[in-house]
Design a protein. Structure first.
Length: 196
């Protein structure tokens, strides 16, 4: 029985999902082809039927992870203010998503930029290029929520979010991690309110 194109596409998707999770959880350097394929439920030998190299897998997994982040931001932004009760500004809803304990404790399903910012300076030019494009994209998404659509202010918010998540993941005191997230969220929301 042959291996259909649909089965091949499904297998490739599983590998990308697995690799995207692994690079966000453990870092780019820790991604091993054999382990990734095993976790995806495939043999190591099947790897080259999907990718020409580990570097290609990393770049495509990063694209996949960034795509997931863009979708989540779009969904949160669209849903802001539509739920019952107190209305939320889109920026607040996005910042709360990023600066949540859930996001901090689950990097495998979180923002690739927050997960990889610290190691990106040692990454390949292709990885840095993708993360750079994502910084621009995320900045544009955030700017779209601001009065005046200020790219400069949005870039500061992106830096605050990524720095806060990175610090919250780095410290070994739960109380301090929560304080980092809460104070960063307050700063973003307060600053945005003052600009209106």
């Amino acid at each position: 029985m042959g291996y259909s194109q649909a089965q091949k596409a499904e297998s490739r998707q599983r590998v990308l999902e697995t690799a995207a999770r692994q690079i966000r959880e453990d870092g780019i350097g820790a991604l091993g082809v054999a382990d990734c394929m095993r976790r995806a439920g495939l043999t190591h030998g099947a790897f080259y039927g999907h990718f020409s190299s580990r570097d290609e897998l990393i770049v495509e997994a990063l694209e996949y992870a960034v795509g997931q982040s863009r979708e989540r931001i779009g969904t949160v932004r669209a849903a802001a203010g539509k739920s019952g009760g107190k209305q939320k500004e889109p920026l607040q809803a996005i910042a709360e998503m990023f600066l949540s304990e859930r996001h901090v404790k689950d990097p495998g399903n979180g923002c690739a930029l927050c997960a990889l910012a610290g190691e990106a300076r040692h990454a390949s030019p292709e990885v840095r290029e993708h993360l750079t494009r994502y910084v621009h994209s995320l900045t544009s998404q955030i700017a779209g929520t601001l009065a005046g659509h200020s790219e400069s202010k949005a870039l500061g918010i992106v830096a605050t979010i990524v720095g806060a998540v990175t610090l919250a993941r780095a410290v070994d005191e739960d109380k301090l991690a929560k304080a980092i997230l809460a104070s960063s969220l307050t700063m973003i929301v307060t600053q945005n309110s003052e600009q209106k």
